[in-house]
Design a binder for this molecule. Sequence first.
Ligand code: 3H9
Length: 706
Amino acid sequence: MSQDKPIDVVSRELRGDILFVTVNNPPVNALGVEVRRGLVAAIDAADADPAVQAVLILGAGRNFIAGADIREFGKPPLAPYLPDVCNRIEACTKPVVAAIHGAALGGGLEIALAAHYRLAAPDAKLGLPEVLLGLMPGAGGTQRTPRLIGAKAALELMLSARQMGAQEAHSLGVVDRLVPEGDLLAHGLDYVRELLAVRAPVRRTRDAQALTDREANRAAIEAARVDVARKSAGLFSPGKIVEAVAVALEQPFDEGLRIERQLFLQCLDSPQRAGLIHAFMADREVLKAPETRAAKPRAIAHVGVVGGGTMGAGIAVAVLDAGLPVTMIERDEAALARGRAYVDKVYSGMVAKGRMSSDAKDSLMARLAGSTSYDALAAADLVVEAVFEDMAVKKAVFAELDRVCKPGAVLATNTSYLDIDEIAASVSRPGDVLGLHFFSPANIMKLLEIVVPARVSADVVATGFELAKKLKKVPVRAGVCDGFIGNRILAVYRQAADHMVEDGASPYQIDSALRAFGYPMGPFQVSDLAGGDIGWATRKRKAATRDPKARYVQIADRICERGWFGQKTGRGYYLYPQGARTGVPDPEVEAIIDAERVRAGITPRSLSGEEILRRYLAAMINEGANVVQQGIALRPLDVDVVFMYGYGFPRHRGGPMKYADTLGLPQVLADIREFAQQDPLFWQASPLLVDLVERGADFGSLNQAE
Ligand code: 3H9
């Protein structure tokens, strides 16, 4: 029987009197159980072998070690545990040196900190980003880092999750030696030989002295505690990080490790860890659409944008930021000047805040060309249309694009709701037509829905993903339907919110319940920010096709009829006195709501924050299930990513579908059935949800990678 030899995830090679220990666990050398075993075995071997004078630990491939293997979290732990591996390295009786290139993150940095000396290549990225995963460093990082660099710097590193470069790590004292680019093995060998030549001692980080100034370190811990309470309210692991560092100051090292382990396990058990790791994986899974596997993207060197309104200009900024030239098309010089002025304003704002030099602004603006003639798009590789949301207007634009664009140019529409299949059918090259749905402000919002009409070529879809990468956006593949993934689901849960207002909750109470859940803003604040007129126009457009039997709440229309469109008009659901950006409740809006309840014959009842959340999220989850079942979203995780990046869904809850799994789908279905007793037309359980509950499965089971 022939079988491939399993790769040695930790290999050992004795060169002279130095043991080279190389971690080779693609793609990122995560510290899975085999790696942990291999490292312990290597150190045992080094201690036992009199021929070994020192150990050099390296990572194969592009990184040193990216951290613990996050796919093991939530599963039964397997020995040896990472803290024990680090302790074993630190206890080695012969000098151990870590040679860092690429990522040394989380447990990867903890391994390096357990070594006795560290050297770093110029591309090294060092950090303790566990907090982003709902965790804290759990392999001695909270105890060794402050002993090495002091509580202040250690806390900053752990709470910000940022990655330091080699230079900074060197000046902070995290690494001892910087080596030039090139052969890391050779540099490592030189450094170890140097250490041996001067009989450098085994130097253990557990004995480092940066915590000796107790007052200064105590003050740093107190400051971090205050900061965490203010900035990370609702998050579990930041507070645990501060707690662990406080222990480092007050307790001996071994006791510190014991408490760190307890706190780490609490983080590991928290639903926030599950939500954040789901989010981490989902961020990567969304990139894997069938078309990105099947086809190569077309080249994009020059982008056209049709329309210089808020959306078009925002898209232009996003493309300029990515370093590409943009040609903007508008119908007349005045409109073109407004589009250009918008782009200019964004960059002037950055210059004013000191975030950009005026030279940098000038060179960005020099890449923006404008024209009132479509012929200026002849050389564009990709054109995004962002004109008025009207089918006839869009088709007229596409007729022009069809006329002027070179063969192979990608023709994209930024429509939010319109049928892209119909737009594609109106041109001679439907295979080149794609939806690229940006979110406003387009230069800031991370989400980009890549909307895939029936006849589009796979390489055009792949080009959409490639553009997202260049623009540093998060692409999610969506099918064609009214509202695609995000706005389609939004329309449903917004109705649930409107129903609740008519039934007795105030918009302010609903917003507050959602902020308590973790949203930065509630839906009525968002509506005031975006402008109530947008939703109003959509409702008018849909009025003719609305099911007359469906419940329709008119409160928003009454508010819009008064010209109260939100922040831009000084009032909407909230009042914004003197242009304030945070609104205050408006008694006149409450009076309108009262009047509407009377008109609808509703006796208001009180709704608890808990009931508000149950209804709002059940509506979101149920429509999310429909969107998955109909193939509009590839998997539940695509819905999660849309809501985290486009709609403010709290990341630590992992998105609505992950949250539904956390609640338990039987509970969600029971809620929907309970609400259906009052309004069976609105609350129709999604067949997918019913099916999953019957099978005892969850949404996670549909996310292949999990
Ligand atoms: C920790 O260490 C806890 C300890 O303190 C205590 C323990 C007791 N595990 O991002 P990419 C996969 S917590 C498993 O596209 P890049 C990733 O899913 C950990 N898999 O590449 C992807 O898979 P696929 C602290 C991991 O070059 C592939 O690798 N560490 C892990 O753009 C490529 O990833 C971190 O939080 C992992 N740890 O960026 C670091 N990391 O190909 C997390 C990645 O199937 N990682 N994968 O889609 C990163 O920040 C980036 O991956 C890195 C490379 C910068 C390393």
